[in-house]
Each structure stands twice: as C-alpha cells, then as structure tokens.
Design a protein around this ligand. Sequence first.
Ligand code: FES
Length: 225
Amino acid sequence: MVNLKLNGLIISVEEGTTILEAARFMGFPIPTLCHMEGLSPYGACRLCVVEVGEGTKAKLVTSCTSVVQEGMTVRTASARVVKARKMIVELLLATCPQSKVIQDIASELGVRQQRFRQEYEDCIMCGLCVRMCEEQMMAKAIGFRGRGDHRSIGTPFDMKSEVCRLCGGCIYVCPACQLRCTYTEPEKAICGGCMNLTPPCLEKEKFEDMMCYMEPCVACEIKNR
Ligand code: FES
C-alpha cells in the first residue's frame, strides 16, 4: 500500500493507483475529458490537473497519468488548480465550442466566457477514438497522422480501411460528436449518413448499414418530420 496526503487527508491506496483513481475513490471530483475507464490513460486534455508537492516545489500534473507515490501531497481543487482548469476549458471552448461535453464541463466549472481566438474544429485530439479502436475493438483502423497544425486522425493515407468493422465505437466515445472513424471533415463524416453523404472510404452498401449511435440523431429527426 502507498500512503499519501490527499486534500489534507492521510489515505492508503494500492500501489499503481493513479491520483485520479485515488481522488475519485475518496469522493473528490476531478473533471476529465480524454480519460475513459477501459482505455489506457493518454493525458491529452490536461483537464484533470492537480497540484502535487508543497510550497514552491508544488507542480501541476495530470492526475489520470500520474501514479501515487509514498508520502506525496496532492490537492485536487487548490486555487492554482481551479485557475488552470478554467484556462484549459477556455482553450477547449475556443477549439471546439459546439461540443456538448465541453460546454457541460465549462458550465460545471463556472466558465462563462473564453478569451481566445475562436475556432470551430471538429476534433480536439483527445485520442479517445484511436484508443477505443485499438484497445477495445482490436482494429487499429484509425490513428494520428501528421504533426503540429497538420495533426489529424483518420485512416492511413485517407484510404478506405480494410479493418474497420463499422462498430461505431469511435463515434460513441467522441466528445466533439463530429469526429468519425473516417475523416475529421464534417462533410465526410459518418454521422451524416442519414443525410445521404457518402464517405469515400466506405463502400456505399456498408455505409448504409452503419449504425447511428447519436440519440437522437439531429439529422434523422429533421428528415423524418
Ligand atoms: S483526463 Fe487527464 S489529461 Fe485528459
């Protein structure tokens, strides 16, 4: 067992436990975005930051990827932590304001404005879809491509995937709700299936069999009225 001080409480948790797991077990909430049980931690969104250490040596770390250590001191909601989280949410809102998941987190954290240049990206690069495809669906149909500004998620060389089973797992976990297992451009997104869009990476008949996990699917609702 490992002993640590969490928000002033001395606790013992099993070796290998992450700070996030320990905090949630003790009932201290920590917001997360790129973390999902059953998928490996990735540390992309930084939303789960906590403060570790004392005094001037205290630093912010991502709790989903940091494992507890003997004698460590952790604060999950210090002023520094709250400020950092709010800033991160503002940046996420600047990137993908249409995401209901991000909007909800912003609301919970009391973020009422964002001060950065507004973008309307379809993807926040959280990597949930990639990990879902690889670790739960054992398909590895999609992955990260490119670097920096050109980084995106999709199939190798934008070609139709031979290994994609159309399970919809990537759609299910996507917090931006527009990223699909094929492309990041909305006009090629699978969710637009009921609007008769045809992603070039899928055969037409397969595309029509694609299960829609959107509940309710906005496009279907409009069409059926
Ligand atoms: S939830 Fe920890 S970095 Fe995203």
